[in-house]
Design a protein around this ligand. Structure first.
Ligand code: AMP
Length: 282
């Protein structure tokens, strides 16, 4: 695996491949890699002749009170795992070289970023869209793979790429879970023993709620309210949202007459977990 720390170095590796018509799949990550990230690499490897993974804890997507300073950084272990899994290039830019000191551009995707995580974390999607745009411009991949785990982020990136005619195909990969259903996340390591025991309830409740909506007895609004109450009584300390959205454009759905996605974010102490599940049209 070739490790590149600057944009110039990674371009020097990739550009000759692109000129030869070799397809490139990109997997952007913030590191602290787990099997969820590696499943994205697997998808990129199936789709493309070469793969590039990026490790970059994106400062633009954290608010001042969030965990940028303490976010797990395990670059050497991550590099070893990527190499074992056959990744061709690792792009791990130094923060000081990734953004110019007078960097002054922001990418704002409207509409799909307003609700859900956008409400709870107003800075977040602009930070994601700005950095993902830069990564796509630097790497010029034919395919980039993102997880359905961060469903609103996936929809936002698809919208960004469509609106700006960025020549890349965005693929969404299914969420990888622990045996008890908890979605793998670099932030799961923040959970205390008691919180970890409670955490799988998030997906369990989403699963039941999705079945309830698909059966058609209760309205989405009733099921959303039921799920929020269930999360609080299961031990979650706060629920940011639990809503049924149109799976394509994330508009709230008051009837399950189109493919939907039930999206939720809830807190266990100081840790915020997000998850989501598909809901079939009734
Ligand atoms: P992160 O490092 O958390 O920014 O995530 C990098 C990429 O991995 C994003 O596209 C995430 O959606 C994806 N990802 C994170 N957790 C999982 C998971 N459990 N299953 C599948 N993809 C995931």
């Amino acid at each position: 695996m070739i490790v590149c720390k600057t944009k110039e170095d990674v371009r020097a590796i990739i550009q000759p491949w692109l000129r030869e018509g070799i397809s490139l799949g990109a997997v952007p990550t913030m590191g602290a890699l787990h099997e969820g990230h590696l499943s994205l690499l697997g998808v990129a490897q199936q789709q493309c002749q070469r793969t590039v993974a990026s490790l970059y804890v994106n400062p633009l997507q954290f608010a001042p009170h969030e965990d940028f300073g303490t976010y797990p950084r395990t670059v050497e272990a991550d590099a070893a795992i990527l190499e074992r899994r056959g990744c061709d290039v690792l792009f791990a830019p130094e923060p000081s070289t990734f953004f110019a000191t007078d960097f002054s551009t922001r990418v704002l995707v409207e509409d799909v970023t307003q609700a859900y995580c956008g409400k709870a974390r107003p800075h977040f999607f602009e930070g994601v869209a700005t950095t993902v745009t830069k990564l796509l411009m630097i790497l010029s991949p034919s395919v980039a793979v993102f997880g359905e785990k961060d469903y609103q982020q996936l929809v936002t990136i698809k919208r960004l790429v469509r609106d700006m005619d960025i020549p890349v195909t965005i693929i969404g990969a299914p969420t990888v879970r622990e045996k008890d259903g908890l979605a793998l996340s670099s932030r799961n390591q923040y959970l205390t023993g008691t919180e970890r025991a409670c955490a799988p309830k998030l997906f369990e409740i989403l699963h039941i709620a999705s079945d309830k909506i698909a059966k058609g007895g209760d309205t989405p609004a009733q099921v959303n309210a039921w799920a929020k109450a269930q999360l609080l009584s299961a031990g979650f300390t706060k629920v940011d949202y639990c809503e049924l959205a149109d799976a394509d454009n994330l508009k709230p759905l008051d009837k399950a007459d189109r493919p939907g996605r039930l999206l939720a974010a809830a807190w266990l102490g100081k840790t915020r977990l997000i998850d989501n599940i598909a809901v079939k049209a009734v």
